[in-house]
Design a protein around this ligand. Sequence first.
Ligand SMILES: [Ca+2]
Ligand SMILES: [Ca+2]
Ligand SMILES: [Ca+2]
Length: 638
Amino acid sequence: MTATKRHKTDRKKAQKSISAIQKAQFLFCAFLRSVLCLFVAGSASAQIPTVTKVDPPSWWARHTISPVRLLVRGTNLHGARVSSLNSELLASTVSVNQKGTYAFVDVEISPSLSPGKYPLVLANRGGSTLIPFTLETPLDAGSNFKGITNDDVIYLIMTDRFADGDPSNNAPKDAPPEANDRNNPRSFHGGDLRGVINRLPYLKDLGITAIWLTPWYDNWNGVNRCDKPWCPNTYYHGYHAIDYYAVEDRFGDLATLRELVQKAHSLGIKVIQDQVANHVGARHPWVTDPPLPTWFHGTLANHQLNKFQNGVLLSPHGNPLDFRNTLDGWFSDDLPDMNQEEPEVARYEIQNSLWWVGVTGIDGIRQDTIQYTPRFFIRDLSNALHRQYPKLWMVGEVFERDAAQTAFFIGGHTGWDSIDTKLDSVFDFALWNASLLAFTNKASMRLLPHQLKYDALYPDTSKLTMLANNHDTMRFMSLEGATLERAMMHVAFVLSVRGIPQLYAGEEIAMQGGEDPDNRRDFPSEAFNPEGRKPEEKRMFAWTREWIRLRREHAALRSGRLIDLYSDDDTYVFARQLGTDTVIVAFNRQAKEKHVVIPASSIGINNNVMFRSGALTALVTDGALTLTLPAQTAVAFE
Ligand SMILES: [Ca+2]
Ligand SMILES: [Ca+2]
Ligand SMILES: [Ca+2]
């Protein structure tokens, strides 16, 4: 062996032993979570890396998304290499952003790895640190992820305004007293997840089968001050996420949320999460330090505002500037618009959506302002959800009174852009609007069948979500021309027409409420108990409950064909028919009783068949059915 050779061998040996020392140090550092440990071999100038957050913090083995891509936030992440301490979990760094504040890391999980904690080691020339990571136990697919169908009745709850089940979360340390002022309609009022859990028996009694909760992402606890009429205000509504992976601390925590879903499921009530992929809140840490320069459309200082020229999304003739403004423009100056055309953003949001489903067991998603995200993203998100959870359901908010626009976004057909969004449902704002106009006497009752003819635009109208109202619209009882009887007819229409009915908390006790935020008044806690309800509240509650019961008892009302039978300025009569089950639903808004004659053969009914509604009866005679319609009400003849 020559001297040179020996020298080389010695050097190799030396390198080997340094490498062994390094490895030991590396593991030592990792296990002690010591950020002070420095590699002997590390450069003196390199800074110690730190990790402050990992999205998602957990995942599942045998998931349809594998590897899962983690977005790791920290400092001094330049040159980071990520490795796993367990051979059944492979981790590798994909990239680190220019500032060294974010690392994208892929993690591949062996199908045989058991659930548990599997911290990853992040190391670079400055040192090493741990990335916490958990492998979750999958929830039972038999009792979770069930999706929503027209057998369901959805009930929208604005968590902050429904019920305060835990006063201990009403005044977080970082919130000034004004943020918790229950006299300010724009402050936090104390409602929370525990409150919803406590009121599940009330909802069960009403008969609803699904709850949609406004966003439970963590929002900023502080208060915005300005000289505008809408100040001071807070993000009590939840649409300004500062963390896509955390539960609002005023509402509770992840354990309480899981308890809520589990308890709701045990009562036969499904849960729908309000997700907001289009934007985050301006207080999100990404806004001052985005993971990538392409993370948002523009910056806080330099961005377009959405001009809401929504028609350009539908039209094959829209010009590119208007089209981009509608997709890329910020919903408001404090709602930074996520750029789903950046593949890392789309991937992040799709994983985030799946993570919530997986960790909570929810059954459906309501996707906020969905039309302002690209249609390919809606498709990719829908496909990813269905791949993992075949029955999972997503309804998109396309707030348009034009059925052509809402129909364009529902899945099941391909638009001019060659995209089928695969979106399960959209809210039927067009028919909702027609119902408000007809039942407040602002339009002829003929408007209802007139609007329903545009069902021709939808591939499957049973999949539409028919809202009675929501938290963005005036409550029925505060509309011009509203009376209790008219509100009752509107609710009966929502619960008997095709599609999936969706109520808004408080409509069942005829709550008042003008424009936002007046339509978000606290639910009166005394009305949760029958003896606490005022006479009008009692009447409306019993009425709503009765129509939900009718719907539950008649498959025809849930999924039967809708057949127009009669309409004039004050009357609309239709049948819902499924096999031999026929229910005739009639609305008479006149101040006096009315008789309507229906040719029974139009719904295949023979002579001597008797229809009933309470004490009212109608016998088919000489091929005709004469219905007696009491004044200002809705009747379901069974
Ligand atoms: Ca509370
Ligand atoms: Ca918060
Ligand atoms: Ca957008």
